[in-house]
Design a protein around this ligand. Structure first.
Ligand SMILES: CSC[C@H]1O[C@H](OP(=O)(O)O)[C@H](O)[C@@H]1O
Ligand SMILES: Nc1ncnc2[nH]cnc12
Length: 300
């Protein structure tokens, strides 16, 4: 029997300092075993005051036991997809590479520069099933608008949009030379978590937007203390209450774009045509795994 709360179409991924949903009634927890393993932690299903069900997943696990490189990105995205998720709002604590993006400001990036090191599993398409997803615009413009409309709920910091996020490997922070290089490359923000999460969401045909919460100035300011975990933690405590308020404020807008189908425009069906592998050459195991994510797309 299908649980009454399914499908859950809206999901939140919480990052550093954001491990739980506050103020929403928890209905249950689910922990699906996907073909790519188990997600970072159990997915919490909660009910909003208007009766909408939403999902929450702590990226590093509740208690923060997974490094950015260890986060099981494929299992996280596949598990969310398996309960019906169509949109993901992902929160992240980030460093600022620009004077005007102050600690405690909120920022919606629209671009990513990939500085991960190829050690993370970053695609569902491999081993005999090849597909190339479009990724020129890594975030959802529709979700960006929904969030931007509610920017007034954030207190004690400004809200910015259309910035470029550098995603580095970590877990160590950058050197000063790297921090200057990222600025010279056009980076505005830096974190360790946007990738492969955003790529995998795209492959799963899930609309995805990251909300960045600035915690520090990294280490490009020559006469200031470089970033430390203490500084990040101090700021993400204040960011967390803004994040919880924002999360609740955007629920009606999210419900609207899910219900009117706007969230999935350009995404739904896109991976059907992104596949390059001839039907007779498709690896059966790979096709079977992809059935979990995109049922009916690659079977012949
Ligand atoms: C705690 S500082 C570095 C750490 O914080 C960010 O995590 P998340 O994106 O999950 O909020 C950053 O990406 C690093 O993983
Ligand atoms: N300076 C920084 N570099 C990378 N990830 C971060 N997360 C928060 N601050 C960061």
């Amino acid at each position: 029997m299908v649980a009454s709360y399914l499908p859950v179409k809206i999901a939140f991924i919480g990052g550093s300092g954001l491990y739980n949903l506050e103020g929403l009634e928890v209905v249950t927890e689910v922990n699906p075993e996907t073909p790519w393993g188990k997600p970072s932690d159990a997915i919490v299903i909660a009910r909003t005051p208007t009766g909408l069900h939403v999902a929450f997943l702590a990226r590093h696990g509740r208690g923060h036991y997974l490094t950015p490189s260890e986060v099981p990105g494929r299992a996280n995205i596949a598990a969310l997809k398996s309960i019906g998720v169509e949109v993901i709002i992902a929160f992240s604590a980030v460093g600022s590479l620009r004077e005007e993006l102050k600690p405690r400001d909120f920022v919606l990036p629209d671009q990513i520069i990939d500085r991960t090191k190829g050690i993370r599993d970053s695609t569902f398409f491999e081993k005999g099933l090849v597909a190339h997803a479009m990724f020129a615009d890594p975030f959802s413009r529709v979700l960006e608008e929904v969030i931007w409309d509610q920017k007034h709920v954030v207190e004690g910091g400004d809200f910015h949009r259309s910035k470029t996020l550098v995603c580095m490997e970590g877990p160590q922070f950058s050197t000063r030379a790297e921090s200057h290089m990222y600025r010279a490359l056009g980076g505005d923000l830096i974190n360790m978590s946007a990738l492969p999460e955003a790529k995998l969401a795209r492959e799963a045909e899930i609309a995805y937007q990251m909300i960045c919460m600035s915690t520090d100035y990294d280490c490009w300011k020559e006469h200031e203390e470089p970033v430390t975990v203490e500084a990040v933690v101090a700021n993400f405590k204040s960011n967390a209450s803004n994040a919880q308020k924002l999360l609740v404020a955007i629920l009606p807008g999210l419900q609207d774009v899910v219900e009117n189908g706007k969230a999935l425009v350009g995404l739904k069906g896109s991976m059907r045509f992104a596949c390059m592998t001839a039907p007779e050459k498709r690896n059966k195991e790979a096709v079977k795994k992809l059935e979990y994510l995109l049922p009916g797309y690659y079977t012949v």
